[in-house]
Design a protein around this ligand. Sequence first.
Ligand SMILES: Cc1ncc(COP(=O)(O)O)c(C=O)c1O
Length: 405
Amino acid sequence: MSISQLARSIEPSPTLRMNEEARLLRQKGEPVIHLGIGEPKNKAPISALLASAAKLNTGEIKYAPTSGIPSLKKAIVRYTEENYGRLVSAENVIVSGGAKQSIYNLLLSIVDPQDEVILLAPYWVSYPEMVKLAYGHPVVVTAEDGSFQPSMAEIERAVSSYTKAIILNSPNNPSGVVYSEAFVASMVDFCESRKIYLIMDDIYHKLVFDGVKAPSAYSFTKKDVDESYIIVTNGVSKLYGMTGHRIGWVVGNRKIIEAIDTLQSATSSGPSVVSQAAAEGALTGVQSVVEHLRLTIQNNRDVLMKELRSFNGVGITCPQGTFYALPDFRAYSRNSVQLAEMLLKKALVVTVPGVTFGMEGHLRLSYAGTVKDVTEGIKRMKWALDPNAPNEIFIGDRKLVRDWL
Ligand SMILES: Cc1ncc(COP(=O)(O)O)c(C=O)c1O
């Protein structure tokens, strides 16, 4: 059996692997606590459900225009104006099958072989693999001070004549960090002066806490979107709890949008019209659903922080957004894969190893589930890692044995 070099060069998504292991354990009836999930628990907004049901009822489920149905693109134009104060036209927008595909198609459209794409650690696990699939080189910048925010000077040092783009994801998956106004402003200045694309992955941009706002890159440039190097990607997966609908988009220079359109026409075509109708329903419906989710997640974050503060030896950076935190477990193990595997096996708690986000010794914990998941998950982790804890505990009638220390 011969598998291509390209396919072999790509790492399988560790998040999906952990999810699969957890699913199999759950299938066997094991009381698994899932702190690995990357999706909120809320249902799709009613406006999305009604819009997709209405579309289904027409029976006209045909090919969509490659770049998206005009009414959804119009809703994205309006979303951009309302949330970023930036007027764009439908030619600046393309809809794809989830933000993942949006980012991938975007990279395929701008990256040449040998080009470098700068990623800030910790970074979303799929970026390096997508850059490699586009025959580019991911260049990771890690803050020397151990924080989750590399400085402008550190980023500038990593830039070369091959740098094609820098990806900023704020709030950040996996750390929950929101980059400051000053930082985003400097990035915009720097990228525009060096003609480097600044890709803003805004998929969590409204999931922010304590009155913090994720600064928009558009605020720091007067350039029209067709002259600008800023490209924004977003979607309905996280803010509207619509991960399964697979709708994401890119807003940017129309030349890039045209290139993505050509690429998409040769590969996937436009995403399902049913999902596009649902996304339009979500964007044009009552927006309090997003605020409701934000408040629930903020409360879960508070509970997680309280639990982690009493977790001996664990270093914490309080997340300002998303539904993830990235605590430092180096006091327990410097190998996050081994640690995550042990926690799943012994405590039946799913976490995601930090090494996959470029932060070894850390674990990504999701608080997108319930408060009970958070408290029970951390309780079991404390038990599994405390040398003075009893060797056995019971979860209902299931005995957990901690025999690894
Ligand atoms: C930072 C980031 N960008 C993009 C995506 C992709 O979102 P979608 O589910 O719409 O493909 C994710 C999903 O986990 C993400 O965390």
